[in-house]
Design a protein around this ligand. Structure first.
Ligand SMILES: Cc1ncc(COP(=O)(O)O)c(C=O)c1O
Length: 431
């Protein structure tokens, strides 16, 4: 099939966010293009204006030729957009491009990463079901599961994400979803997605993997056997910390269930944000390579510093999950760019003689790195999880997630690696 230059508006099922011809859109994916080509071109849907770059469709609704035409759109005899809570061309372009990058049949965009995780819960769980999750997760995910899923009758339990035996032992007859992040927030722990996939398939469980830290540039969980991929697009998919968004990716059937939740619940992505993410995907692989290269250098610096007791980063050759991460990540030397490191209390300065004050000293001594809770940004960010992202967890849940008072989370950005290292050394050297 030749490259499509059609400017036709492809018909779209009004109850749906895909259309039958989407794989024949601006890039014919049956021609087996490489990831970078897909990132730049997949999913684009040219209008009659013949625009080269992807436009932003800032419209909440759509017009019909007549009352009869409107009725036909609603009763399903005619396809097309009806309302941007359901479908929007800019959002659809992002969904198609991300689905192609993750090797999924379809993606559903959401207003934020948490919106995607809530959608997953509402689509695939009901009262009486059991959600089995990794104990190392973003704090708000644990909060959502423990506060709201439990409130609505879903049983929730957690296991050490790197302990395959614990996962197998924790499966119950009512387990419907296994949920993990790999790498995880904030300790960058790695889950064995292939193992979990086999466990899920043997027990009729859905495997849902939050791929926010790796992105499809490093890892494609669906290829490793996951059923659904979750994204906080807010992070690397944008890559410059501008807007909020999220997504789910998976089979057509699973995404239809997710789409119905998003449409009914109004957890929809804004067209402007979708456009930012679409353009962000174009440079994702290049950015991730640069992020990972710098992260490897920063990790080497941290591991050799006398004031650092532990570095949580699977790129280090003695990390327990180094081999697993090497096998799961398809980018050479791509272990991600987020790491946790634990700071030792000072033995000489009584102002910093406990873990928290030592960690805060390192954070406060930086002159360039941004003190913020976001990550996956071009700008390096530094966070004290125990008092910010994981603050709302109970002390027990925090301990289970491995969030100690001396732990610092670093998201290595795109500045010169030497400057990042110098900025970290200011506080570490003066402990
Ligand atoms: C791993 C992970 N998943 C999900 C989220 C939630 O995403 P959002 O902030 O876009 O709602 C975050 C946010 O930090 C995260 O780190």
């Amino acid at each position: 099939m030749s490259q499509s230059h059609t400017f036709d508006n492809h018909p779209v099922d009004p109850t749906d966010n895909r259309d039958e011809n989407w794989r024949n859109d601006a890039l014919d994916l049956t021609l087996d293009y490489g990831m970078q080509t897909i990132a730049v071109r997949a999913g684009q849907h040219r209008t009659d204006e013949g625009e080269h770059s992807e436009p932003i469709f800032t419209t909440s609704s759509y017009v019909y030729a007549s009352a009869e035409d409107a009725a036909a759109h609603f009763n399903g005899t005619k396809t097309g957009n009806v309302y941007s809570r359901h479908t929007n061309p800019s959002v659809r372009t992002f969904e198609r491009r991300l689905a192609a990058l993750e090797n999924g049949e379809r993606a559903v965009a959401t207003a934020s990463g948490m919106g995607a995780i809530l959608t997953m819960c509402l689509a695939y769980l009901k009262a009486g079901d059991h959600l089995l999750a990794a104990n190392q997760l973003f704090g708000s995910s644990i909060g959502l599961f423990n506060t709201y899923m439990m409130k609505y009758g879903v049983e929730v339990s957690y296991v050490d994400c790197f302990d395959n035996e614990a996962w197998a032992n924790a499966v119950q007859p009512n387990t419907k979803v296994i949920y993990c992040e790999s790498p995880s927030n904030p300790l960058a722990q790695i889950c064995d997605i292939g193992f979990l996939s086999k466990l899920c398939k043997a027990n009729d469980i859905l495997l849902v993997v939050d791929n926010c830290f790796a992105t499809p540039a490093l890892q494609r969980p669906l290829d490793l056997g996951a059923d659904v991929v979750i994204h906080s697009a807010t992070k690397y998919l944008d890559g410059q910390g501008r807007v909020l968004g999220g997504a789910l990716v998976g089979s057509d059937a699973l995404m239809q269930e997710a789409f119905t939740v998003v449409r009914s619940g109004g957890i929809s992505m804004s067209p402007f944000n979708a456009w930012v993410f679409t353009k962000g995907l174009e440079t994702l692989k290049l950015r991730m390579q640069a992020h990972c290269d710098s992260a490897n250098q920063v990790a080497q610096f941290l591991v050799s510093h006398p004031s650092v007791s532990t570095v949580h980063f699977s790129g280090l050759s003695d990390h327990p999950a180094h081999e697993l991460a090497t096998a799961q990540h398809h980018m050479k030397n791509g272990y991600g760019a987020i790491m946790g490191f634990e700071v030792k209390p000072s033995t000489t300065n009584s102002d910093y003689n406990d873990e928290k004050s030592a960690a805060w000293h390192v954070i406060d001594s930086t002159k360039m790195i941004s003190i913020t809770n976001n990550l996956g940004d071009a700008k390096t960010t530094i966070t004290h999880p125990a008092t910010t992202t994981h603050f709302r967890l109970t002390p027990e849940a925090r301990a289970e997630a491995g969030v100690k008072d001396g732990l610092i989370r670093l998201s290595v950005g795109l500045e010169d690696a030497d400057d990042i290292i110098k900025d970290l050394a200011r506080g570490l050297d003066s402990l």
